[in-house]
Design a protein around this ligand. Structure first.
Ligand code: PEP
Ligand code: MG
Length: 556
């Protein structure tokens, strides 16, 4: 029978497919004694599981090729190590179950490896992974990590970290559902980047049975478990209609009466550029450069490597705007060599611009690389700093840009309420503002953006957040400067109209959202957007604000 669950829809579209769970860490199997006559059968089970895991690792190695193949084959060899197997047999002979025997034998070797110098200790993670796979197989629970599946599936996870998502095969993931996370969590950002529907903050998602068919509506946040044929047809039809409407919309972003609102793309590097161009992005409104820094945990990428990456993005938008954000390390994006390990509260510690001001050589290299990358290109380069708190921060950043000889506009992100409250003062030092609504919501509501339990407060429709957006936009207008939004709020089509009504001058979002925002914005006049914005700000809650804006725009 069809049942409906409801979470928070964070990435549009409908996905229908079988549930596959992101495997979690394997729990320690209970230490129960088995009678002697069962030992042989248990030894057989252990051997079979080891062989199956080794065969699976080899097969995946063959598919992957290259360096990954060498790693997977080495793991298969660990699984079949004769000494380890003999130890497993011995443990089962004296009363262990197969899973406990494997667990204990691997734990013993783990200790030996961990104490045998740095190189060997580095192999402990491989050993643990092999152990977890064998034990999971014996217990009949999902394999840890990304599901092994050759047919497309809907991924269910507690939450997704950037490291997990690097292993996902986008061709196989139809959509995501997570128990934790809010509209601005990594799961949500990744889903939008991949252009797949997603629902987050759905407690109990972990209990959806593996293999069960579900339908995910990423616009409404609804999950239909075992949808009926009628429901599937209805959802598919709605999705098709939406797609057709989108395909009909093209060109620059504007309201129906021609008020222009450039629609820009959020990118993490050159790999995201083709999707941005395809979606008709008018430029890049947020280039999150920290992705370039993830390859090496010990040092920053060289100036040459940075020049190459920046140039590729700049060249893709020859006449357009490209807004590059300098490194935003710390809090949810820690970097070993820059982020202090002992901060009691990293989101309130040394992160963003604060990290760069403490490590001026890192900022200097980045700004010099940007200056070199843009040399001779007609592109309108803009460079902005994350986590600007006040005028002094803005001045320090602008000074660093000037010292690096950068020919660009310098801007400040509004992510801390103090910057919105004193936006005019910040604008004395820089030429534009860009509102990062993800962090602005986090700091306005004291609600960690990674914690699903507080996702209500992360909702960008919260009227208090809209007030801060309005303050920033008004300040920019008074100073004759621009004020964009590059946080996830810009990717909600209805909210995009409200932001336009609040005076925001450009909207930047994951490429997949651009057609939806363009199509919706084109339906209303600027005056309608302004009325919707006023109605949303007059509301008492996020839900009321959304309903009020919707009522104004649909003429109710
Ligand atoms: C934001 O905080 O809204 C933002 C755009 O930056 P990030 O999500 O990378 O912190
Ligand atoms: Mg931010």
């Amino acid at each position: 029978m069809e049942t409906t669950l409801r979470g928070v829809g964070v990435s549009h579209g409908v996905a229908i497919g079988e549930v596959r769970h992101m495997g979690t860490a394997v729990l320690e199997p209970p230490a129960k004694q088995i009678p002697a006559e069962e030992a042989e059968r248990e030894q057989g089970r252990a051997r079979q599981a080891v062989e199956a895991v080794a065969a699976d690792l080899n097969a995946r190695g063959n598919l992957a090729g290259g360096e990954a193949q060498a790693v997977l084959e080495a793991q298969a060899m660990i699984a079949q190590d004769p000494e380890l197997m003999a130890d497993v047999d011995r443990r089962i002979a004296v009363g262990s179950t197969a899973e406990r025997g494997v667990y204990d034998a691997f734990s013993h070797y783990r200790e030996l490896l961990a104490g045998a110098g740095e190189y060997m200790a580095g192999r402990v993670a491989d050993l643990d992974d092999v152990r977890n796979r064998i034990v999971a197989r014996l217990l009949g629970v999902p394999m840890p990590g990304v599901p092994d599946s050759d047919k497309p599936y809907v991924l269910i996870a507690r939450d997704l970290a950037p490291a997990d998502t690097a292993l996902l095969d986008p061709a196989l993931v139809l959509g995501f559902v997570t128990e934790e996370g809010g509209p601005t969590s990594h799961s949500a950002i990744l889903a939008r980047a991949l252009g797949v529907p997603a629902v987050v903050a759905l407690p109990g998602a972990g209990e959806l049975p593996e293999g069960k068919v579900i339908a995910v509506d990423g616009s409404t946040g609804e999950i239909f478990v075992e949808p009926t044929a009628e429901k599937r047809a209805e959802l598919e039809k709605a999705a098709e209609e939406r797609k057709a409407a989108l395909a009909a919309s093209s060109g620059p972003g504007a309201t129906s009466d021609g008020h222009k609102v450039p629609l820009l793309a959020n990118v993490g590097g050159p790999a995201d550029v083709p999707a941005a161009v395809e979606a008709g992005a008018e430029g890049v409104g947020l280039f999150r450069t920290e992705f370039l820094f993830l390859d090496d945990s010990k040092k920053a990428p060289s100036e040459e490597k940075q020049v190459e990456a920046y140039r590729k993005v700049l060249e893709a938008f020859p006449e357009g705007r490209v807004v590059v954000r300098v490194l935003d390390a710390g809090a949810d994006k820690p970097l070993d060599f820059l982020t202090p390990a002992d901060e009691p509260n990293p989101a309130l510690g040394v992160r963003g611009l604060r990290t760069l001001l403490e490590n001026p050589e890192v900022m200097r290299t980045q700004l010099t690389a940007l200056a070199k990358a843009s040399e001779g290109l007609p592109v309108y380069l803009e460079v902005m700093a994350p986590m600007v708190a006040d005028r002094a921060d803005a001045k320090a950043f602008a000074d660093a840009c000037r010292a690096a000889g950068l020919q660009a506009k310098f801007g400040a992100m509004v992510e801390i309420p103090s910057a919105a409250l004193r936006a005019r003062s910040v604008l004395q030092e820089v030429e534009f503002l860009s509102i990062g609504t993800n962090d602005l919501a986090q700091y306005t509501f004291a609600a960690d953006r990674q914690v699903g339990a507080v996702s209500r407060l992360q909702d960008p429709w919260q009227p208090a957040l809209l007030d801060l957006v309005a303050l920033s936009a008004e300040a920019a207008k008074a100073e004759g400067k621009s004020c964009g939004v590059c946080g996830e709020a810009a990717s909600d089509p209805l909210l995009a109209c409200v932001l336009t009504g609040l005076g925001v001058t450009s909207l930047s979002m994951g490429a997949a959202s651009i057609p939806y925002v363009r199509a919706t914005l084109a339906k209303y006049t600027l005056a309608q957007c302004e009325r919707a914005a006023a109605a949303a700000r007059a509301a008492e809650s996020a839900e009321e604000a959304r309903a009020a804006a919707q009522a104004v725009l649909s003429g109710e």
